[in-house]
Design a protein around this ligand. Structure first.
Ligand code: ATP
Ligand code: MG
Length: 449
């Protein structure tokens, strides 16, 4: 709840006298905590300058936490470390970084588009037995907290229309950035609904793959990263054009070329949660719709091996083959295209396949998946990246030979990674790799003959 207080311009003597008299009476009759609360409000009212305007942001709206309070708390935490002398620090298991909060009665100054504002955390101690408790547990609040935001009253509109929304937006971004990535899959059977749902307890996504460790062609990597950057900063574009803020990627290529690794790198780069959809656990199109609707903003929906996961190849036949009770390709396309056009924001959809040629043309049509990314066999630039990751070297006399062989045989990054993880020194690893590449080359030559 945000409430506002106008400043009184003139402290009036008689008013003060009345207050003193009331105070004496009140001391006798009113609980001390409530009195403190009233006193603090009154003194504030009389001491402020006539040009100031104050917005009070209370921690609770009825029984619920106030989102503006939470946003202010997160936003001011970062400001506090530079502008006040005492902060509170904390970190929970779900968070990647430390979080800071300002302490009670601390003031934090901020400047927004040339407007100076002041925030203050007001805490009123109360006896738990005398107030309605905000939570059931024994650590129920024993103080009433609120932030007071004070500024020149001529900036009232700007503060309401731009500054407070800005604080909320920044707090949201910080919250997203600080949350550890989670992965969910639809492998939890709901005994009441008789179907699989997203597992309630998400698993922490600890995959270390990043764009620094992913070994793909440098140009391709730059292109993908630019595409992701453009996507996340395009809120205004999507709003203006009325398009759903989502982007679809089709990753295709042989096994072991890094499709799943690229998904992990994307999730780590964007800090998005992963929703790994197993189509074999989806009963019908209706369940699919529900699963997709349940995916929150800033998530990546992954459907791996789309070609062999389910019979999605031929839409003409799908009615006869699947009837109405199964997931069909059009059901999938409608769920992805239709639903997300009206619900949610910042969704990325990734399909992977080893056989792009087996996919229904409806999936490949321009505009369906925004970007088709071909992950292929290892070239020399990708190899050098793998060597840096696995052997921590950037140069070696055997590189020339390897570069030559990589131009002659097809080998996946996964196969090279396997050679480089052998328990031996760099030279031995590279020699073993050369031998295996030469063996591949011989097999290839024999097949041609
Ligand atoms: N481009 C790559 N960069 C770094 N490591 C890679 C790359 N490709 C594969 N690897 C290594 O090989 C392993 C398997 O790769 P990954 O699972 O990403 O392949 P995939 O293309 O998804 O294969 P599949 O088609 O079988 O699902 C990874 O765990 C990683 O160690
Ligand atoms: Mg994979």
């Amino acid at each position: 709840m945000i409430s506002t207080m106008f400043d009184s311009s003139k402290p009036v003597l008689s008013a003060v006298a009345s207050i003193m008299l009331m105070q004496t009476v009140a001391n006798e009759l009113i609980p001390r905590e409530l009195l403190n609360f009233v006193q603090s409000g009154l003194s504030h009212l009389f001491c402020q300058s006539p040009t100031r305007f104050t917005v009070v942001v209370e921690e609770f709206q009825g029984m619920r936490r106030n989102h503006v309070f939470e946003a202010a708390e997160a936003y001011l935490g970062t400001k506090a470390t530079v502008s006040v002398e005492r902060v509170k620090a904390g970190k929970s298991e779900d968070h990647k970084k430390l979080e800071f909060n300002i302490d009670r009665n601390e003031e934090v100054s901020d400047v927004f588009e040339g407007i100076s504002v002041k925030w203050k955390l007001i805490c009123i101690q109360v006896d738990k037995s005398r107030i309605r408790s905000y939570s059931d547990d024994s650590s129920a609040v024993s103080e009433i907290r609120s932030y007071e935001l004070t500024f020149h009253k001529k900036h009232k509109n700007k503060i309401f229309d731009s500054y407070l929304p800005y604080v909320i937006e920044i707090a949201n971004q910080m919250k997203q950035g600080n949350m550890a990535i989670k992965i969910r899959s639809n492998n939890e059977y709901d005994d009441y609904e008789y179907k699989y749902v997203w597992n309630h307890e998400p698993v922490k996504f600890n995959h270390p793959m990043s764009f620094n460790t992913l070994a793909i062609d440098e140009g391709l990597q730059r292109d993908i990263m630019n595409d992701l950057d453009k996507f996340v900063s395009a809120r205004e574009f999507y709003r203006r054009t009325g398009k759903a803020w989502k982007r679809g990627y089709l990753l295709y290529g042989p096994p072991g070329t890094g499709k799943s690794s690229l998904i992990a790198a994307m999730a780590n780069y964007l800090n998005y949660d992963i929703y790994d959809l197993d189509l074999t656990n989806v009963e019908d199109n209706k369940s699919l719709k529900q699963l997709i609707l349940d995916i929150p903003n800033r998530s990546i929906l992954v459907i791996e091996d789309i070609d062999c996961n389910i019979n999605l190849q031929n839409r003409e036949e799908e009615k006869e083959v699947n009837g109405d009770n199964k997931v069909t390709l059009s059901g999938l396309l409608n769920a992805v295209d239709g639903l997300w056009s009206c619900c949610g924001e910042e969704h990325i959809i990734v399909f992977t396949t080893n056989h792009k040629d087996r996919l229904d043309p409806a999936l490949l049509r321009p505009g369906r998946m925004d970007k088709h990314i071909h992950l292929s066999y290892c070239n020399f630039s990708a190899f050098k990246k793998l060597v840096i990751n696995y052997l921590c070297i950037t140069e070696h006399e055997l590189f020339e030979k390897i570069e030559q062989l990589l131009g002659q045989v097809q080998v996946t990054p996964a196969e090279i990674a396997e050679e480089l993880t052998k328990d031996c020194d760099a030279t031995e690893c590279l020699q073993d790799l050369i031998e295996s590449l030469q063996a591949k080359k011989m097999i290839k030559e024999e097949m041609i003959e």
